[in-house]
Ligand binder design. Structure first.
Ligand SMILES: C[S@@+](CC[C@H](N)C(=O)[O-])C[C@H]1O[C@@H](n2cnc3c(N)ncnc32)[C@H](O)[C@@H]1O
Length: 296
């Protein structure tokens, strides 16, 4: 970045946003995202929120260098959460690291649907988040449903170590994490006893990997992007087929999926014998959550 030491924080943010906007490693699907990234990174460099007063201030030399380094990393495609090392999800400050899928704000819809579905259940409230990553959905459900018994599973041992670390740091005790290929490592006495199952699967079709922007292709682990199937729904089919055996009668499966896979996912859930198949979407219309219920 070219700015000299006399530039204000506000000016540095504007300059950084323009530079981020020019990066070809980033998917600029919304015009305001570069500005948002620059503000996040500035807040990290300052070590405090960007108040109006902070925007009028000037950075110390060390802060300016730190900010410039972080902006250069972002321009190369590294996600802001990986640069910062943490991500705020439904008010939970989650630790994030390279090698584990970075949580997305869009998954708050899945957490929201899961929390509402778990709260509707009586007696023990058991929830399982499959392919949990850093554990945002499992941790949010456990945090917001204190009498819930929540499980998170992921095939990646690195991810599960991070989930456990996040749970410990946040003081969330009603959540258990297991390294598991789908449901394989869950205790067998949970069969037929799960109220709500969630999944945000790796749903990029094998053939679409090469068209992903660098910020995703180069910075997220491959197994968090694709299950290697031709249509991206390999894990959804596996989970839907198992749903009957693991859900309680009336229990719900919730699948977060890209809009373009919505219809096919609904058909998959119906084909697996789930009832009341429906969908909901986030305000931007980018993400859909498909739901299906085990008949009573
Ligand atoms: C798109 S990420 C979602 C992570 C997290 N749920 C979130 O929303 O941030 C998909 C996750 O699926 C996991 N995964 C891939 N194959 C799996 C399998 N066979 N069994 C369990 N988890 C798997 C990956 O390790 C990755 O963490």
């Amino acid at each position: 970045m070219a700015s000299n030491g006399s530039a204000t924080v506000r000016e540095l943010v504007v300059e950084a946003a323009a530079a981020i906007n020019r990066s070809r490693s980033i998917d600029h699907w919304q015009p305001s995202l570069a500005r948002y990234d620059a503000e996040e990174l500035m807040s990290e460099a300052l070590g405090e929120p960007l108040t109006p007063e902070a925007r009028r201030s000037r950075l110390a030399a060390a802060q300016r260098r730190r900010f410039a380094t972080m902006v250069a990393r972002r321009i190369a495609g590294e996600p802001v959460a990986q640069i910062a090392g943490h991500f705020l999800f439904r008010g939970l400050d989650l630790r994030v690291r390279r090698g584990v899928f970075v949580p997305r704000v869009s998954s708050e819809l899945l957490a929201d649907e899961a929390i509402r579905a778990v709260r509707r259940r009586r007696n023990r409230r058991v929830a399982v988040d499959v392919a949990t990553g850093t554990g945002p959905v499992a941790l949010a459900v456990a945090h917001e449903v204190k009498d819930g018994d929540v499980w998170g599973v992921d095939i990646s041992a690195t991810a599960i170590a991070l989930c456990r670390d996040n749970a410990r740091r946040l003081g969330i005790g009603n959540v258990h994490f297991r390294v598991s290929d789908m449901l394989d490592a869950l205790p067998s006495d949970m069969r037929g006893a799960v109220d709500v199952m969630t999944i945000h699967p790796p749903y990029v079709a094998r053939g679409d990997l090469r068209i992903l922007p660098r910020e995703i292709r180069d910075f997220e682990p491959l197994h968090s992007l694709t299950d290697g199937s031709d249509d991206g729904l390999g894990l959804v089919r596996r989970l839907a087929a198992d749903a009957h055996a693991w859900l309680r009668p009336g229990g719900v499966l919730l699948v977060e999926i890209g809009t373009y896979l919505s219809r096919k996912t609904q058909a998959t859930l119906r084909h697996a014998g789930l009832a009341d198949v429906a969908w909901t979407r986030d305000a931007l219309g980018v993400t859909r959550v498909i739901s299906g219920r085990r008949p009573r």
